[in-house]
Design a protein around this ligand. Structure first.
Ligand SMILES: [Zn+2]
Length: 474
């Protein structure tokens, strides 16, 4: 029971802050001290024994475009993969078939997941003129009455700005028009805006989409209601429309919006984590676990978030199998379900495998995009960063040898809380948030060569960690 409570509290903590931290584009490694560098050199002899294997992995990764082709086939055939949807479960069935074709051992583990449905929705500026506003309800939001909510809009620029205008908010629709700084900072308005707006008597809330760049694309994502406050509908509109409403308010023009949302939360629904393995040849009980999440939002195709992430992890394991490499420890690939609106997959995995967690030597997540790989974020001790840095030298030929401090990832969060070192694949993420949680998260944004390079980076890091003569240090 204690473990259950612990893991649940971890999962809530992990849900956003962990994802929120990542801004790898701006990350540079901390300056290497002479002591750190000499410890890295201490591994050189062992690392040298992996050079030819690493080269083989890179060559094999570049041989075909199966990773891209499979991801495209899944995305095009089944569509989005929101938790609770039939399309997610059909995609999972298809993945299991393909994994068996790769000759991998496959199991699946039941996970109960939230089942939120968007329904029909719209936002219309009704005064001083009529204009349809592109919008997306936020995941977990309640709906509006059938006739919608029509109210005057109060535009604010921050939570402090809302406080300063609290007396004007009652009965209005509050719009948070907050420019993107970092995901971690700006996403707070998407997650908590409904609560702060409710606190001052608003009847609904809107948020400017969390993105640095917009082509009139609204971005969805998770909200988190504070149960002690009245729940109000919460939706995202585009940067363009948020700015329009801001300018009108500045000119003293009153604006009115009609918001209609059918959103509702149904009973929890069964889904699955899929697990595929290559058993260790010498220490099968010791596990390097890696993967990404297979669920997505109900817009676009979830090609980037996180289809690409989990498919490069899959392709990494396929490459190791194809090359008939036999790691000393078990390499375990997990397709975690329900990361986006519940983190139930990551939480359930840690519960189901709690007796094995002490033997999880490393956990690696790939959920920060699959553009050109740059390296890995590491969450762990100095000693774990030393070995990660040593292994990463094998990724130098594909310029993916960057090692920076990190916070792990959402799905591996519950594993990392038990002291297991963690990593996240980092990529050139300059465009990541342009498409994140939108209708534009589609296959055409990805590139087969970049997926292959990400696969090679994942394959080398996971295989060498699994095969290394020394257990990955905590
Ligand atoms: Zn994701």
């Amino acid at each position: 029971m204690r473990i259950i409570t612990l893991i649940i509290s971890i999962s809530l903590a992990a849900l956003l802050p962990l994802k929120a931290q990542f801004t790898p584009q701006s990350k540079v490694p901390p300056p290497m001290t002479e002591q750190f560098a000499s410890q890295v050199r201490g591994y050189q002899q062992i690392i040298d024994t992996y050079h030819s294997t690493a080269e083989k992995i890179i060559r094999t990764a570049k041989q075909d475009n199966l990773c891209y082709d499979r991801l495209a086939e899944m995305c095009d055939t089944y569509g989005h993969r929101l938790s609770g949807s039939e399309s997610l479960e059909k995609a999972l069935d298809w993945i299991i078939e393909q994994l068996k074709k790769d000759g991998l051992d496959v199991t699946s583990e039941k996970v109960m997941v939230p089942h939120w449905v968007r329904g029909t929705e719209s936002a219309t500026l009704v005064s001083p003129r009529v204009k349809k506003l592109a919008m997306l309800g936020l995941g977990g939001s309640i709906g509006t009455p059938a006739e919608g909510i029509t109210a005057e809009v109060l535009v604010v620029k921050s939570f402090d700005d809302l406080k300063a205008h609290a007396s004007e908010a009652k009965g209005k629709i509050v719009l948070f028009n907050v420019p993107f700084t970092t995901y971690g900072e700006t996403v707070q308005y998407r997650v908590n805006g409904c609560n702060e707006a409710s606190r001052v008597g608003a009847v609904a809330s809107l948020v400017r989409s969390v993105t640095p760049v917009s082509l009139s694309t609204p971005h969805t994502g998770m909200l988190r209601y504070n149960d002690s406050l009245t729940k109000i509908p919460h939706a995202a509109i585009t940067v363009e429309d948020a700015e329009l409403l801001q300018r009108m308010q500045k000119r003293g023009v009153k604006t009115m919006i009609t918001l209609k949302m059918e959103a509702k939360t149904l009973e929890d629904s069964p889904s699955r984590n899929i697990i595929a393995e290559i058993k260790g040849s010498e220490k099968p009980e010791e596990i390097v676990v890696f993967g990404g999440h297979i669920d997505s939002w109900d817009v676009g195709q979830g090609a980037m978030d996180d289809g690409g992430g989990v498919f490069v992890a899959w392709n990494a394991l396929r490459i190791i199998k194809k090359l008939d490499l036999k790691p000393k420890r078990t390499m375990r690939l997990v397709f975690w379900t329900n990361e986006e609106n519940g983190l139930k997959g990551g939480t359930q995995y840690a519960l189901n495998h709690k007796n094995e967690l002490a033997n999880h030597v490393l956990a690696i997540e790939s959920d920060a995009g699959t553009f050109k790989p740059r390296g890995f974020e590491v969450k762990g001790s100095e000693r774990s960063k030393v070995l990660a840095t040593a292994i990463s030298s094998l990724l130098n030929p594909i310029a993916a040898d960057l090692i920076v401090d990190g916070d792990g990832g959402a799905d591996i969060g519950p594993i990392l809380e038990t002291g297991v070192p963690g990593m996240e694949l980092i990529v050139d993420d300059a465009k990541y948030f342009w498409y994140h949680h939108t209708d534009a998260d589609t296959m055409d944004k990805l590139n087969p060569d970049e997926l292959n390079l990400c696969s090679a980076a994942m394959a080398i890091m996971t295989f060498v960690a699994a095969d290394f003569p020394i257990r990955f240090p905590k």
